[in-house]
Write a protein that binds this ligand. Structure first.
Ligand SMILES: [Fe+2]
Length: 145
């Protein structure tokens, strides 16, 4: 349903904080997602470029709010509650980012406008819906518009 836009490697995790390296597929876009209710993060874009689209959600509709263009080297703040998606530059052969979350991401939600649902994914999942439906933690249907 949503492509796996990057490979992810957990470099450090101690239950309080985690550092994850992500190598992006050229031109790939992850699903719209948050980072659970409490995680706060910083994304250090080391190589390449990312376009970040931010959204708001009112339980019925996902609304685009802003688009940001990030070029390495830079740091992107990820405050709690942020809903966004990222697209790796189609022009950069390598896009690499290091993600630091504290507290750790827990119960990340994927926003699926076509299915009008929010999907909670396992904590070791990236920003996509697992192909194995048994791995999905929960599905929350959106309210009628
Ligand atoms: Fe994110």
């Amino acid at each position: 349903m949503f492509e796996q836009a990057y490979g992810r490697l957990v470099c450090f995790a101690d239950g309080q904080r985690e550092i994850i390296a992500m190598q992006w597929k050229q031109g790939a876009t992850c699903a719209v997602h948050d980072h659970g209710a409490t995680a706060s993060g910083r994304v250090h874009l080391v190589v390449g470029a990312l376009v970040e689209e931010r959204f708001s959600f009112d339980g019925q509709r996902l609304c685009h709010t802003t688009t940001l263009h990030h070029v390495a080297p830079c740091t992107i703040e990820v405050p709690p509650g942020l809903i966004h998606r990222m697209t790796a530059s189609p022009d950069a052969t390598l896009t690499l980012s290091i993600h630091h979350y504290e507290p750790c991401i827990a119960s990340m939600r994927i926003y699926d406008p076509e299915g009008r649902r929010t999907v909670i994914v396992p904590d070791d999942c990236g920003a996509w819906i697992p192909e194995d439906a048994a791995a999905i933690v929960a599905i929350e249907p959106w309210s009628a518009p």
